[in-house]
Design a protein around this ligand. Structure first.
Ligand code: PMP
Length: 451
């Protein structure tokens, strides 16, 4: 029997190739093996605990080892772990589809399942393209996307995303997309409101739609917050304008709520804040409370109908993943939705969000903080070497890594995106834990910017 972190870290580094990691960094950076999770806490084999301020890559909603979700998964495990979803079905996927249809913007009545976020984006992209083909609009084959957007790592999802760090090297493999400047409100003029800025930035989208509608299948956006792009935020008015323009030009709207869905922005779905219904709504991450890999693309009867025909017409959507609609994932998702309902989570989150925002805004006066911004349960702190110009630190300086390491030493898991320190904690966090998280972030920022 081995004990402590070291033996696990050594075994790990002998064989595991980690995601989104320069493995050479681990010559200096200790690998942290996690033995157990409990609420907001992760505990390693040395017995050290870390407050999971980023919900383990934005997935966890109600804490690790949540008793209610555990019980639901355990119960499901006793009867059915997995079954093919072509030709067969099961009660959890039926109940989940009914529940999601009741909760999502009205009219999203059809749920197509996959098993991760990128796959959901692939599904939405393929479905939109295929819909127009089935309608005889074969010239529609391109997608309109925002700069600084992120939609996943598979080739289709990467193509419709826009973060160079992840995309540039693979460019020769990717389909060509139409990029429109992001409405990102960090770039607003002095004195300009978020709504004014978002409205002004819509001019470029309006022009792109006018120019490309004949060849465009869909516009894809992350509603309200571009998460991987540094938690850059914009006003709901942009989505309202976008919905109307897409309708006018007969272009689909794909809302990628993989990161922002399930209460992160303050409402169950971010689209609600603009009172819009997308043609495709992509969900994953928090769908299962962050427990299991599952995703779904919700769409309308009208789109479904365009695929519904005699088999020999070859109109069907012949896309599949082995673990599509996995019963354990669906059971976790149903338990997570029950917690939302029974515990009035969205209402309770309002006071947590107010506390988190107020504490984080105390950093606004810091000489190296360019902005503190918030949308619901997402708070971001943008760092800069120069408060007047608000320029970024050169990426090669890796200031975020200093913050990550210092926070870990203090027992908080923060994982800055570039120059942006952010909080996206599980909803079971307490005000005292928020205080700890913000204090540790403040000290880490101090350390990373003191030169
Ligand atoms: N879309 C968005 C908005 C995301 O934030 C992510 C993941 N960070 C994805 C898609 C991809 O999801 P996955 O990592 O499950 O493939």
């Amino acid at each position: 029997m081995t004990s402590g972190n070291a033996p696990y870290a050594a075994r790990d580094l002998a064989h595991v190739w980690h995601p989104c990691t320069q493995m050479k960094d681990h010559e200096q950076l200790p690998m942290i093996p996690i033995r157990r999770g409990d609420g907001v806490w992760l505990e390693d084999y040395d017995g050290k605990r870390y407050l999971d301020a980023i919900s383990s890559w934005w997935v966890n909603l109600f804490g690790h080892a949540n008793p209610r979700i555990n019980a639901a998964v355990r119960e499901q495990l006793e009867s059915l772990e997995q079954v093919i979803l072509a030709g067969f079905t099961h009660e959890p996927v039926i109940a989940l589809s009914e529940a999601l249809t009741a909760l999502a913007p009205p009219g999203l009545t059809r749920c197509f399942y996959a098993d991760n976020g990128s796959s959901a984006v692939e599904v939405a992209v393929k479905m939109s393209f295929h819909y127009w083909r089935n309608c005889g609009r074969t010239q529609k084959r391109r997608f309109i996307t925002l700069t600084n957007s992120y939609h996943g790592e598979t080739l289709g999802a990467l193509a419709v995303g826009n973060v160079d760090l992840y995309k540039e090297i693979y460019q020769p493999l990717l389909m060509d997309v139409i990029s429109v400047p992001s409405p990102d409100c960090f770039e607003r003029e002095t004195g300009e409101s978020w709504a004014e800025h978002s409205r002004r930035k819509f001019a470029a989208m309006k022009a792109a739609l006018a120019a490309h509608a004949h060849e465009a299948c869909a516009v894809i956006v992350e509603p309200l917050v571009q998460c991987a792009g540094g938690m850059r935020m914009y006003d709901p008015v942009y989505l309202t304008l976008l919905r109307a323009a897409c309708d006018r030009h007969q272009v689909h709207l794909i809302a990628d709520e993989i990161a922002v869905g399930f209460g992160r922005t303050g409402t169950l779905f971010a689209c609600e804040q603009a009172a819009i219904r997308p043609d495709f709504l992509c969900l994953s991450k928090g769908l299962t409370g962050g427990y299991l890999p599952l995703s779904t693309v919700m769409t309308t009867d009208a789109i479904y109908a365009a695929f519904y025909a005699e088999y020999t017409k070859l109109r069907a959507f012949l896309h599949s993943h082995s673990f599509t609609g996995n019963p354990l994932g669906c059971a976790a998702a149903l338990a997570s939705l029950a917690i939302f309902r029974d515990d009035h989570i969205l209402e309770r989150n309002r006071s947590l969000a107010a506390h988190m925002g107020a504490r984080a805004r105390e950093l606004e006066d810091h000489p190296h903080v360019a902005e503190v911004r918030q949308r619901g349960m997402i708070v971001a702190i943008e760092l800069t070497p120069n408060k007047a110009t608000r320029e970024p630190y050169p990426w090669t300086e890796r200031r975020g890594l200093t913050i990550y390491q210092h926070a870990l030493r203090c027992g908080v898991l923060l994982r800055p995106v570039g120059n942006v320190v952010y909080f996206m904690p599980p909803y079971v966090i307490t005000p005292a834990q928020i205080d700890l998280m913000v204090e540790v972030a403040r000290a880490a920022i101090e350390l990373a910017t003191c030169d």
